[in-house]
Design a protein around this ligand. Structure first.
Ligand code: GLN
Length: 549
């Protein structure tokens, strides 16, 4: 039987509950325990797949094709594990299950209610991953902030589990904020006291309080929080702002968050934390040897969370290449043929991001053209690859109206069109080509060199594909389709040789990049970007010297 840790949040959102939960999970894993981590979200959407990234950030796709909250991305990147549909549960999914059972007659004669029917279903799912003996510890992050009306059933379920399970099998970690008032030069504990009080009113008592703070707490503050919130002083954990999220596990280690949890859960068979690889990564990340600049071309660029996995993949690939990556957000809507050179000036590489719909499309195509013609390293992901296909068709194949039927249904040259099996689908949620699919890689191609393998598997999230009727035309003009799906023949990778780096992929390599296993495509892209930057500077320096003379 697994042990359960619940992580709740108080005072305000955006305190980094996902990172704290992932860091604690990392530490327990580093101590030799088998750990998994899941997220319960209080919204009514059955999954976040239908949410606008502006609302909720990126939608993270798991191996089994679940569209999930972006925190699952953090879990995978930290723990180097695969999560699944079972690791992300929303209120919508809970209700859907209960209502389906009601319709099937499972509760015949009974009034179906929030308590016990909804809470029973929540509890069933909270315990599910711990049932088959695969894990020693299951961490559950509860989305939202304590006090929200919508998270009440989740908190009630935690209360019931605290009551039902043996004391040593369940614990609650509560994350709060200790604001620093500049004018008073003081840290304030009152919001934390209120938040713990609110949690206690629902019958849940936290075992550990993790305090986000800009200033060190000091023992007096810790003691005060402990006294008023009724926890041991060692159970008040300081979580100072960190320079990178990857430092948080080490900060939590220093604060002994893992030990206090192990003690509460009466786990004794643990080892010294094995974090060597993590520390090497962190060292490289903190002390890069050079710097490169990459343009991220997308339509949600002002919102960092919309491209979370891509940005984190850059962090992993940058560290391994010992280079600091500055990502410049370029809003594709404002790029035109006239200003493209100016907009992309100073960049060492270009990543055209995934996306949906018409907005900003032409700007993306212009940017791809610039990268292809000027030897600027280019990496296109999903929609980014589709834009590369359209650009090549328009410019090189002389098909000026080439387009994707996603943007123009009546285009003469639908070089990107809807996948056959997608055409009959009417419902929006969970109906794309989702999750992991195999891809065969042609020997002798750049992709083969990068992956060092002929068969790989990567995750997908799209409805459109390269139209194979045009395959030969593209190949004759020099495009290499280095990756294809072995069963359907769908194009998964396109590359253009005789270019420093030009690769487009229909899948999302960013979803599988972790600290310990950075995505090979990102690593190679950064290598090419670094080379481009070095060559650029070596061309520049003689010029500078001659200028000086
Ligand atoms: N909109 C495109 C499609 O559905 C690309 C999707 C994506 O970039 N994830 O095929």
């Amino acid at each position: 039987m697994a042990k359960y840790i619940f992580v709740t949040g108080g005072v305000t959102s955006s305190l980094g509950k996902g990172i704290i939960a992932a860091s604690l999970a990392k530490l327990l894993q580093a101590r030799g325990l088998r750990v998994t981590i899941q997220k319960f979200d209080p919204y009514i959407n059955v999954d976040p797949g239908t949410l606008n990234p502006y609302e909720h950030g990126e939608c993270f796709v798991t191996e089994d094709g679940a569209e999930t909250d972006l925190d699952l991305g953090h879990y995978e990147r930290f723990l180097n594990i695969h999560t699944s549909q079972a690791n992300n549960v929303t209120t919508g999914r809970i209700y859907q299950t209960v209502i389906n059972r009601e319709r099937a007659g499972d509760f015949l004669g009974k009034t179906v209610q929030v308590v016990p029917h909804i809470t029973d279903e929540i509890k069933r799912r909270m315990l599910l991953l711990g049932k088959d003996g695969k894990y020693d510890v299951v961490l559950t992050e509860i989305g939202g902030t304590v006090g929200d009306i919508e998270s009440l059933p989740f908190i009630e379920a935690v209360r019931q589990l605290q009551w039902e399970l043996p004391d040593e099998d369940v614990m609650v970690v509560h994350l709060t904020l200790i604001p620093y008032l500049k004018a008073a030069k003081e840290l304030k504990t009152k919001p934390t006291q209120h938040s713990v009080k609110m949690l206690s009113e629902t019958g849940v008592h936290p075992d550990v309080i993790v305090c986000r703070t800009e200033e060190p707490l000091g023992n007096d503050i810790k003691r005060k929080i402990a006294l008023f919130c009724n926890v041991k002083t060692e159970a008040v954990i300081e979580a100072m702002d960190a320079s990178t999220i990857y430092e948080v596990p080490l900060l939590m280690l220093r604060e002994k968050l893992d030990l206090i949890c192990l003690q509460k859960l009466n786990i004794t068979n643990y080892q010294e934390p094995q974090l060597d690889k993590w520390k090497v990564f962190l060292d490289k990340l903190k002390y890069p040897k050079s710097k490169v600049t990459i343009g991220l071309i997308g339509k949600y660029v002002e919102l960092q969370d919309a491209y979370k996995s891509i940005l984190e993949s850059f962090v992993h690939a940058g560290a391994i290449n010992e280079v600091k990556i500055q990502v410049v957000n370029v809003h594709s809507e404002y790029i035109t043929a006239e200003n493209v050179a100016e907009k992309l000036e100073g960049l060492d590489g270009l990543l055209v991001a995934p996306g949906f719909g018409m907005r900003g499309i032409e700007g993306k195509i212009v940017a791809v053209k610039y990268a292809r013609e000027n030897g600027l390293p280019f990496f296109g992901i999903c929609l980014g690859m589709q834009m590369a296909v359209i650009e090549f068709a328009r410019t090189v194949l002389n098909l000026p109206h080439a387009h994707s039927t996603e943007m123009d249904q009546s285009t003469e040259d639908a070089v990107i069109n809807m996948m056959e099996e997608q055409k009959k689908i009417k419902m929006m949620g969970g109906t794309m080509r989702l999750g992991s699919y195999p891809c065969m890689i042609k020997e002798g191609t750049l992709a083969h060199k990068i992956y060092g393998d002929s068969e790989i598997s990567e995750r997908h999230r799209h409805r459109y594909e390269f139209n194979n009727q045009y395959l030969e035309q593209f190949e004759n003009a020099g495009v290499v389709f280095s990756g294809r799906n072995p069963e359907t023949g769908l194009v998964e990778i396109m590359e253009i040789p005789n270019h420093p780096f030009f690769i487009g992929v229909q899948y999302h390599p960013e979803l599988k990049s972790t600290v310990e296993r950075p995505a090979p495509l990102f690593v190679s892209f950064i290598e090419a970007v670094k080379k481009y930057n070095e060559q650029k500077s070596s061309i520049k320096s003689p010029l500078l010297q001659s200028e000086m003379i």
